[in-house]
Design a protein around this ligand. Structure first.
Ligand code: NDP
Ligand code: 8X3
Length: 256
């Protein structure tokens, strides 16, 4: 039975991936800041796929990826049954705001860079040594089309995802001799809580982002994560860009 640790499992891609991997017989370590959601997801997964023994298919770790000490303590404290992480899904992340650079909120910049870049580094730094010891493992980073092409007012969010693109390439080089696979999945527009968070809880504004076309769904990304994680050991997808059919890149979406 393999184990995946998923950051940002309380919503969107991470939550859908937790459901998908649990359904496929994996053990899932679900993480995020909202404990109530993690507990509810654990109850759901155990009810669907578990045994009478609670904690058979899922394990909850509640931490903020920006808090390096909390990340280290959580990963180091995993019990023996859970401490062999085969796949790390670095998914936790967010956009905060959409404004020209000269009008941007410096607090928003800190949130995005600390979460999307340093948070990904914090979790990776804590998990990678075990993979190196075992000479196997797979790190899957969720980048974005925003990390391939910059769009108007996307500035710092795009920069954070360009950093994920660079770090994915760097990790693949550094981990090559250790037999650890590294993959980036770079999705385009997907309707999750992403835009609600970006616009500070404004659900109407968030809905407008996906109006007039059929966006990706969280389950689409979960399918792809599962696909790349279950390829034969000699096959590694390096980089996978996926958009809705109505989207060509960061700036071209056809709306009807
Ligand atoms: P959601 O807002 O639905 O989910 C984001 C997840 O990240 C939540 O589970 C949240 O958990 C977690 N998270 C955010 N900040 C932190 C933090 N500081 N510490 C720990 N967990 C955190 O959005 P998506 O599922 O869409 O986003 C997932 C990833 O996909 C992000 O990296 C995003 O940038 C990327 N992405 C999204 C696209 C889209 O169009 N939706 C397209 C391309 C990439 P909690 O709040 O409980 O901590
Ligand atoms: C999320 C996709 O285009 O909203 O990374 O930035 S986009």
């Amino acid at each position: 039975m393999k184990t995946i640790l998923i950051t940002g499992a309380t919503s969107g891609f991470g939550e859908a991936s937790a459901r998908r991997f649990a359904a496929e017989g994996w053990r899932v370590i679900i993480t995020g800041r909202r404990r109530d959601r993690l507990d509810a997801l654990q109850r759901e997964l155990e009810g669907l796929h578990g045994t009478v023994e609670r904690g058979h298919v899922s394990y909850v770790l509640c931490f903020d990826v920006r808090d390096r000490a909390a990340v280290d303590t959580a990963i180091a404290g995993l019990p023996p049954k859970w401490d062999t992480i085969d796949v790390l899904l670095n998914n936790a992340g967010l956009a905060a705001g959409l404004a020209p650079l000269q009008e941007g909120s410096t607090d928003d910049w800190d949130r995005m860079l600390d979460t999307n870049v340093k948070g990904l580094l914090n979790v990776s730094r804590a998990v990678i040594p075990g993979m190196i010891l075992r000479k196997s493992g797979h790190i899957i980073n969720i980048g974005s089309t925003a990390g391939k092409e910059v769009y108007a007012k996307g500035n710092v969010y795009c920069a954070s995802k360009f950093a994920v693109d660079a770090l994915t390439k760097a990790m693949r080089i550094d981990l090559l001799e250790h037999g650890v696979k590294v993959t980036q999945i770079a999705p385009g527009a997907a309707e999750t809580e992403f835009s609600v968070v970006r616009f500070g809880g404004d659900e109407d504004r968030a809905k407008q982002v996906y109006q007039g076309f059929d966006p990706l769904r969280a389950e689409d990304i979960a399918d792809i994560v599962h696909y790349v994680a279950t390829l034969p050991s000699h096959v590694c997808i390096n980089d996978l860009v996926v958009t809705p059919t109505a989207q060509a890149n960061s700036t071209n979406i056809v709306r009807r």
